[in-house]
Design a protein around this ligand. Structure first.
Ligand code: PAF
Length: 282
């Protein structure tokens, strides 16, 4: 496994690989790798000749009062996991190489970036799309692997890829959950034992919404108030948003008469967690 830090170096290496006809799969990450990342890497290994994983805690996607400094960075463990999965190249850039002095160009997907998480995290998705655009240019993969857990991020990146003609296929793979339903996230590491129990309410709430829809409830407002009630029973839980939206534009749906996604963001103590569930109609 090669670990490369310099963008120009990896670009050159991968260009040579592409010229030899090798198919490249790319998994962008901020490290603190868990089984969710493992599932992306495993799939990428199955479908490509060469797999690249990037590990970069991207400063421009964090707000001024967010957890950039405390974000977990267990690099040794991350590299061990990549080795275990037989990743071919880990791209481990430094901030000064990704954002050298004078950097002023950003990529922003309008509208979609202001909804849901974008409303409480202004500038977050602009930071995500900027770094992903840069990474796609640096790596030049055939397939980009993303997780459904960050559903809004996936929708926005797909939009960017299509709007800006990036020659890459985007694969979005299912959320990996613990047995008790908690979606795997690097931020779960912030939770203490009691908070981990309270955090289970996210998946319970999504599951309740799914049951209500499957039993014929079509009124989104009613469903949302039922799951609000459930979440509010947890002392440490503070709801950021709960929404039922369509799958592409992420617009709120009032009457559930098509496939939809229930998505939510809830703070458990100081840790903001997100989760979602897609529900097929009929
Ligand atoms: O999902 C993440 O870990 C990050 O948002 C990403 C896509 C690696 C961009 O920094």
């Amino acid at each position: 496994m090669k670990v490369i830090r310099v963008p120009e170096k990896i670009t050159k290496l991968l260009k040579a690989a592409r010229n030899k006809g090798r198919h490249i799969g790319f998994v962008p990450t901020m490290g603190a790798l868990h089984q969710g990342h493992s599932s992306l890497i495993t799939q990428a290994k199955k479908e490509n000749d060469l797999v690249v994983v990037s590990i970069f805690v991207n400063p421009v996607q964090f707000g001024p009062r967010e957890d950039l400094n405390s974000y977990p960075r267990p690099l040794k463990n991350d590299l061990w996991l990549c080795r275990k999965h037989k990743v071919d190249i880990v791209f481990l850039p430094e901030s000064k190489n990704m954002y050298p002095e004078g950097f002023t160009t950003f990529v922003s997907v309008e509208k979609l970036s202001n909804l849901l998480c974008g409303a409480t995290r202004p500038g977050h998705f602009r930071g995500v799309t900027t770094v992903v655009a840069k990474l796609l240019n640096i790596v030049g993969p055939d397939v980009l692997y993303l997780g459904q857990k960050d559903a809004q991020q996936a929708v926005i990146i797909k939009r960017m890829v299509s709007d800006l003609n990036f020659p890459v296929k985007v694969r979005v793979l299912p959320t990996v959950r613990q047995k008790d339903g908690l979606a795997l996230s690097s931020r779960n590491a912030y939770l203490n034992a009691a908070q981990k129990l309270d955090a289970l309410v996210l998946f319970k709430a999504l599951s309740l919404a799914k049951i209500l829809i499957n039993h014929g409830q079509q009124d989104a407002t009613r469903i949302i108030s039922r799951i609000k009630e459930l979440i509010n029973k947890k002392k440490q839980a503070c709801i950021d948003y709960i929404a039922i939206v369509d799958l592409e534009k992420l617009q709120g749906i009032k009457k559930i008469d098509r496939d939809c996604m229930i998505c939510l963001a809830v703070k458990i103590g100081k840790t903001r967690l997100i989760d979602n569930l897609v529900v097929k109609y009929g």
